[in-house]
Design a binder for this molecule. Sequence first.
Ligand SMILES: [Zn+2]
Ligand SMILES: [Zn+2]
Length: 370
Amino acid sequence: MRLHFLALAICLSLSLSSTRVSARFFPNITAIPPSVINNAPPGAWESFNNFTGCRPGEKYDGLNKLKKYFDHFGYIPNAPSNFTDDFDDEFEEAVKKYQKNFNLNVTGELDENTLQQIMKPRCGVADIINGTTTMNSGKENTTSASNSTHFHTVSHYTFFEGKPRWPEGTQELTYGFLPDNQLTDQVKSVFATAFDRWAEVTTLTFSEASSYYTADIRIGFYTGDHGDGEPFDGVLGTLAHAFSPTNGRFHLDGDEEWVVSGDVTQSELSSAVDLESVAVHEIGHLLGLGHSSDLDAIMYPTISSRTRKVELNNDDISGIQELYGSNPNYTGSSTTSQERDFSHGHHLTVVGHRWGLATFLFLGFAFLIF
Ligand SMILES: [Zn+2]
Ligand SMILES: [Zn+2]
């Protein structure tokens, strides 16, 4: 009897271990084998480095690939079906918009700083949707501290078009993990921690659903084309993407070298990506935030490999609290460490560009493919 049980256990463990897991996880950086470190493939966008120094008015072999990149992230309105290799006026405009969003010198040329920024791994969600952007709108907010003193802050957080959010009165959102991924409890706990960072500052709470299929937020690791028109691209490049409320889809690139815990900054593997950092960012989208041009914000679109960035900053907190209100237990301030404005009796106008038409189309697209 005991032998039968042992045989059954062995069979079971063999069948489990041979099941394909579609993502690469390392519990910490010391768990990354030297064979992986020594054979790290180039990042998806490394070849763009060849375009350093490219200028308007010239033609460059393969520039159409970079145009596709700019198109994907929303920088080329009315994009043609085929891109040429000409550095034309439209492309120059796209480069300038990109430089503005990422706080670079607006030169319209592919200078070194611009190319370095372009090649950084990033979120797959576009910065500009349907031609509208507020990523660097610099909305000015004024808080009156007394009759004569105003504190003004510049915020860069954005929303999807139409400012979609989870319905008024939503207190708890559930999340589930794609069963095929067979994630370990350690990996799942990283997501729980990431959700808690947003719960801490809002009225929302998050819990794991009993079923993936009925969860509000559905988390899955996929590789390449996975059926939503937003294929993943292997190591680095796009790391993850998520849909605006109330779609709930949260996809991560199963080809990344995901580091689950510990200090990713000390990793010998150049393509190591910190899982929690990416999770916190994507949850921002799932709740309704767009990208921010604030370099320190979680909602900034790029994150380098071997980087850990998990703390919401003031820009993130102001944005999410505008959507869902503040957690009564949250004692931090979302308007600290900002510029003080002592101009008397002068109320600054809140310049509130929103993602005008942006997400309307995005949502329409999402419904079509959902
Ligand atoms: Zn994003
Ligand atoms: Zn996807």
